[in-house]
Design a protein around this ligand. Sequence first.
Ligand SMILES: [Zn+2]
Length: 203
Amino acid sequence: MTENLPVADFVLCPGRSASSAFSRPQARRAQANFQQKIMRGDRFACYHFAMSHTGDKQCFTAEVFIVHKDKVLLRMHDKYKIWLSVGGHIEPNEDPNQAALREVKEEVGLDVVLWDEGQKFTVNEGTFRNLVPPVGLNCHMSDTNEHVTLVYFATASADKVVPEKTSDEWRWVSKEELGSMDLRENVREYALGALKALGTSSS
Ligand SMILES: [Zn+2]
């Protein structure tokens, strides 16, 4: 079934160009996901869809509310045009903490420390290691798929954002600004929670 389909023969979404739509790391992951789908015999695999979701119906994602001094970083979602945290899909072969740190580095170029106030267990031995637990866990629909999202709070020692794409919009937001911004209520609640937890300890 798959032998007639060369893996490099991408099926592009109408109106989208792989070279212009994706940054290089995204394009590499999209290519890997696309190839996996083709190898599994998915004849309807699409380059854009492969980039967007890691599962057929459900994906696991990590989101990070980053605090620097008394502001929290929000990023305009390039597709949905709403203010969200930084984050994205947890890829195969990475744990949620690694995914959170990778997404932050890719999307805004920051080195952050995940907040581990919730970790009650401390024994690490051999290959066993405790991970930083999320501060929140939610699920929601993201176009065709359900997203199960691990929410983290983190601190950044610097506020210089290096955006993934030149068209990206981001904003360091104060508690007062959060009160008046046009935000999804869950984003406002998490962002206020991050400032309450870390707002005075990150300066
Ligand atoms: Zn997804």
